[in-house]
Design a protein around this ligand. Structure first.
Ligand SMILES: [Zn+2]
Ligand SMILES: [Zn+2]
Length: 255
């Protein structure tokens, strides 16, 4: 165990050095320190740095948070309060930790100190990759981001347009379901393609699901057409609602 701990220490030490060098270049290249304010948006996974006369946007992956109250680190994949779809990318770090038997990388929560956040950020940066990293401090919470690319305001708006304001869950990605699907009763759950919570969708793909009755009509009428669409009366929900309905249907399938 001691040998393993030493090995881990050496590993992270090297990565922290590497990140420090990388960050210096990153800060210089984007003139990061010249912005007076920051704002991050979980729904679009974007970080905006701005001053009165300028602004810059980055796409981010949340890495984790460090609480100065409890001195604990929490990996983003374990954070049930955050809605960022790409938080599950940090599971790549967990899988690496499992292979190497580094417990700090596999446990959801971990007691740490003032260096913990940057240490894990360096690890995530090495394993997941990115153009730089950023930390914001909200009251007692240090929040660490992996920045994946710079994006334009127009691109942010485009992501924003793909979101829906859900009365229950807030602003999340859109999902399409038939009028019969609901969170109360089991209706069957047919999907356009295999999905999982937080998955990234390519270009024109959307989350789409319908009930068993709709599936029967769809097959009978030879696919999606005027008749089957009229029966389905597709409606919009947020992605969290979508996966709540999916989970409910799958869990009760055994009855
Ligand atoms: Zn239906
Ligand atoms: Zn919802």
């Amino acid at each position: 165990m001691i040998f393993r701990a030493l090995k881990y220490e050496k590993y992270t030490e090297k990565l922290c050095q590497r990140l420090t060098e990388f960050q210096n270049n990153f800060r210089a290249k984007y003139d990061i320190d010249s912005y007076a304010n920051w704002f991050y948006n979980q729904s679009t996974e974007t970080l905006r740095l701005y001053s009165d006369d300028k602004e810059v946007y980055f796409r981010y992956i949340p890495i984790g948070t460090f609480s100065r109250n409890t001195n604990t680190w929490m990996w983003a994949w374990a954070n049930e309060d955050s809605v960022e779809p790409r938080k599950f990318r940090t599971l790549k770090v967990k899988r690496f930790g499992e292979k190497k038997k580094y417990q700090n990388l596999t446990n959801a929560h971990f007691a740490g100190n003032e260096f913990t956040g940057w240490e894990f950020t360096a690890v995530a940066f090495d394993i997941i990759g990115g153009i730089g990293t950023y930390r914001v401090i909200c009251e007692h919470l240090e929040i660490y981001f992996l920045l994946t690319k710079q994006i334009t305001k127009q691109e942010v708006e485009k992501i924003e347009n793909g979101l829906i304001e859900c009365g229950v869950h807030g602003k999340l990605r859109k999902a399409f379901i038939c009028q019969h699907l609901n969170t109360e009763s089991k209706t069957g759950f047919e999907e356009a393609f295999e999905t999982y919570p937080g998955m990234e969708l390519d270009g024109e793909d959307d989350f789409q699901a319908w009930c068993s009755e709709c599936e029967k009509v769809r097959i009978k009428t030879g696919g999606w057409n005027e008749e089957s669409m009229a029966f389905a009366k597709i409606k919009l929900v947020c992605e969290k609602c979508y996966f709540d309905i999916k989970e409910m249907n799958l869990n009760e399938r055994m009855h």
